[in-house]
Write a protein that binds this ligand. Structure first.
Ligand code: UD1
Length: 337
């Protein structure tokens, strides 16, 4: 394998796990990241874990000159594009930063790719593009709707990519819509390292387990679900990372634009996750039921059929591995990187 993959946002949570899978599969990797929500330590860990070194460009996708220089210096065959802001709450407070970084940054990246004739890209989208779903499980052909600025940026980028693919048949574009990534590499060397108090469920649970936070607030138990708490499709980050390699291989068949959900198809409630964590780790998680969080959909889970059929990928790791690996990472890195 002598293909070189540019990984934008490669120092982040999903990006770093994907770098490991790429390097282990024999790809060469180049990372670009502005480190606004990640640390370069993740990249050193990836190098130590895999025994492979790679180029790291500390640069911002909004900086066109830096992007052009990168493509001029490195011989890139394809891009996996993770870089972006991702906090829903924050996106309602500073929407312009979300449009600038996510939409503007992607437009720059695509222009630089076009200029240097690199026309294969895998893009990190999210199941958030389905809005508050009325029918489950979610299939790729379901209606799209953004319910917050973050989701709107993902949807806008999807439209931009569709327009680009329609304008030039040389482009091969894989849009991957992730469900809820959790867990960490089983080595415990890399994992999720949120800044400040986590807003997502699993990192909150692991910080309660390690004693950094006192108790978990469960946001609502009066939903129309079996135990009243919200249901989500949690997916192990290593499974998710591997999905990108399947998408990359698919691009070699020149498919044009393709769209796939990456989830397990299995929904777990908040209480299921707490129980699963307690069983997998032997730690008890003090928790209290509080009011609903604004904007939460009662249930979201994937129909994983299309990804299996077209990409030959399906999630292998269950809730036990997700909890065990998240906890292993937290224990080995109580304060993150
Ligand atoms: C959130 C984002 C979604 C993004 C995903 C990335 C929102 C509304 N959505 O999804 O766009 O793609 O993260 O991982 O922010 N919960 C608690 N207590 C907590 C934290 C969460 O009960 O302290 C519950 C939530 O109500 C929800 C479930 O746990 O039912 C999962 O929450 P979270 O991890 O934040 O993910 P999502 O909201 O599904």
């Amino acid at each position: 394998m002598d293909k070189t993959i540019l990984v934008t946002g490669g120092a982040g949570y999903i990006g770093s796990h994907t770098c490991v899978e790429l390097l282990e599969a024999g790809y060469k990797v180049v990372v670009v990241d502005n480190l606004c929500n990640s640390k370069s330590d993740s990249l050193s860990r990836v190098e130590e874990m895999t025994g492979h070194n790679f180029q790291f460009h500390l640069a911002d996708l909004r900086d066109m000159a830096a992007m052009q220089l990168l493509f001029k210096r490195e011989k890139i065959d394809a891009v996996i594009h993770f870089a972006g802001l991702k906090a829903v709450g924050e996106s309602t407070e500073i929407p312009l930063a979300y449009y600038q970084n996510n939409v503007g940054g992607t437009a720059n990246l695509l222009e630089a790719m076009n200029e240097y004739g690199v026309k294969d890209i895998v893009f990190s989208s999210s199941c958030t593009v389905y809005g508050a779903p009325e029918t489950l499980p979610l299939r790729e052909d379901f209606p799209l709707q953004a319910v917050n600025p973050y989701g709107q940026t993902k949807l806008t980028i999807e439209y931009m990519l569709k327009d680009l693919a329609a304008s030039d048949a040389d482009w091969n574009i894989s849009i991957l819509r992730y469900f809820n990534p959790v867990g960490a590499h089983p080595s415990g060397e890399i994992g999720e390292d949120p800044l400040g108090i986590p807003s997502n469920l699993m990192p909150y649970i692991t910080q309660v387990a390690i004693g950094e936070l006192e108790e978990l607030s469960v946001f609502g138990d009066d939903y129309d679900t079996p135990d009243g708490t919200c249901i989500r499709d949690y997916i192990h980050v290593v499974d998710l990372a591997r999905g990108h390699l399947h998408a990359l291989s698919k691009l070699e068949e020149n498919p044009g634009l393709i769209i796939h959900n990456l989830g397990t198809g299995q929904g777990y409630s908040v209480l299921d996750v707490i129980k699963g964590f307690e069983t997998a780790t032997g730690k008890s998680i003090p928790h209290r039921i509080v009011g609903r969080r604004a904007g939460d959909a009662p249930a979201v889970y994937d129909d994983p059929t299309l990804a299996e059929k077209e990409l030959g990928w399906k999630a292998e790791l269950g809730i036990e591995a997700m909890c065990r690996d998240a906890w292993n990472w937290q224990q080995r890195n109580p304060k993150g990187y």
